[in-house]
Design a protein around this ligand. Structure first.
Ligand code: HEC
Length: 231
């Protein structure tokens, strides 16, 4: 093999994956065209705008504490592994016969709208968090506490929820204050009597971000390959 063939071979071997794995997805995601609802399939019209409710400023704590190193935020395209059926993972099956819509779906680029970084995640050591707020809401209701409290307690003491979990406790995001002035105190014992454990502002904004992790709004059929294939 001469040098020229070698260089061309090298360029093809690295260039082709680069185009398909990086350049094309990047170009597709940076210039997102608005998507319209389809009058027939969606029974409504207008342009789709994603509606995230929550504190996106909490994303910086999600980044700084490496949550994305163990947690993904990506419901795979079905061709890469079917995740739609997993309970409360991709959305909820609803009850279409009684008018409760099926919200299960794959991730689309609009799901990261408003975020500085798309936390697709590095590994999936812990569960995918795309819809963690839906699961949290149910778990909190079972415990008779608010969803915020559930998240705060999970951050402070993950062990209470999953014995010997590797999910790290974020105790430094909490402080001890006089029990009399404590708002949102956690039900754990403080180091001294008369004191209570309360969240610092970083815990509150991280929880605000976690509460925004739910994908159950109506999206255009054009954005949902499952809906498309059903029609
Ligand atoms: C070393 C890996 C690791 C890191 C880093 C990590 N987690 Fe976890 N996480 C896990 C594992 C494993 C589980 C599943 C077991 C459990 O429930 O604790 C989990 C579970 C969770 C759950 C419960 C999910 C559910 O479906 O019930 C939440 C919420 C969560 N993690 C939030 C976070 C947040 C927020 C951060 C960053 C501050 C974080 N995790 C960092 C490994 C990790």
């Amino acid at each position: 093999m001469n040098f020229k063939t070698f260089v061309i071979g090298l360029a093809v071997a690295f260039g082709v994956p680069w185009v398909f794995a990086l350049a094309l997805p990047y170009a597709k995601m940076t210039s997102l065209e608005p998507v319209e609802f389809d009058e027939i399939q969606d029974e409504r019209t207008g342009v789709y705008e994603s509606k995230r409710v929550g504190r996106l400023d909490g994303a910086k704590h999600y980044a700084a504490n490496g949550c994305a190193s163990c947690h993904t935020q990506l419901i795979r395209p079905t061709y890469a592994g079917n995740e739609i059926h997993r309970k409360d993972w991709a959305g909820q099956p609803g009850d279409p016969a009684n008018g409760v819509p099926d919200t299960r779906r794959e991730t689309n680029p609009f799901d990261y709208d408003g975020e500085e970084f798309a936390f697709i995640g590095q590994t999936r050591i812990g569960p995918d968090l795309s819809n963690v707020a839906i699961r949290a809401e149910k778990a909190a209701a079972e415990m008779g506490i608010s969803t915020e409290q559930w998240f705060l307690r999970r951050l402070y003491d993950p062990n209470e929820f999953f014995y010997e979990t590797v999910c790290p406790p974020m105790t430094f995001m909490f402080k001890e204050v006089d029990a009399i002035s404590a708002v949102d105190a956690l039900p754990y014992e403080a180091s001294e009597e008369g004191m209570a454990i309360v969240p610092k502002s970083q815990a509150e904004s991280l929880v605000g971000y976690l509460l925004s992790l739910r994908k159950d709004e109506e999206i255009p059929a054009n954005l949902d390959p499952r809906a498309k294939s059903a029609n």
